[in-house]
Design a binder for this molecule. Sequence first.
Ligand code: PMP
Length: 281
Amino acid sequence: MARVVYVNDIYVPEEEAKISIFDRGFLFADGVYEVTAVLDRKLVDFEEHISRLERSLTELDMTMTKSKDELLKIHRELVKKNNLSEGAIYLQVTRGSADRDFAFPKDVPQSMILFTQERPLTSVKPGIRVISVPDIRWGRRDIKTIQLLAPSMAKMIAVREGKDDSWMVEDGYVTEGTSNNAYIVTKESKIITRNLSNSILHGITRASVLRLASELGMEIEERPFTIAEAQEATEAFITSATTFVCPVVEIDGVAISTGKSGPVVHRLNEVYIEESRKAAI
Ligand code: PMP
């Protein structure tokens, strides 16, 4: 069955969805996006995703044209129309369609599209193998823009080597995964993850998982770490709205501890799923 998608205020089967060739998303990657997980037909961390959307828009001199409630309604409608019980909803907003010019157009309506993706989110994850690559992205990675070619290329370097993903490295330190935040766990069971700045996306799952880890009494240190330090760690993992807490079992060909998923990652994923099921709306 074809998906029903949302394009500028209407719901249509995906093959009928249309956007102008002059859309600035297409010409300049001039837009932002959000991805919200759907668990048991409900939205996970929805408020937080929409707050980040608003921040991304503001940083690019765009306004939020729909309220949180209106966006919630659209998300729920797509869950219903696509009978989605587990997966994700993508929301993309661009500056709209105008004749090609680097300067931002004035008084042009934004384009907004949403679509669903069915995916398993709660199945047991055996762990991924990552490689390190240089981070060649721009300097405002805190804005969730739709310009995803650099991470897409980084992912392909991993795929061509038969691995699952890349951890991007800048000035000797890991920034993040291609579409996820990166963490290690030290011998003392301390969780290390890069501090927030313009160098990384401020992951919504990151915020929730760190809050839960702290509630569980785990120690957290927010600072950059190197690939060498990660290879010596007892566990490593990533977080994102579509992976939740996912173990990393190998970095640049070196197995992390036993090369199998460890207890801290397992516990964090379990608690994140449990809490998300309770708090989803
Ligand atoms: N970093 C990058 C570069 C990402 O693309 C993503 C996923 N969109 C994340 C981190 C994780 O963010 P979130 O937990 O909000 O999905």
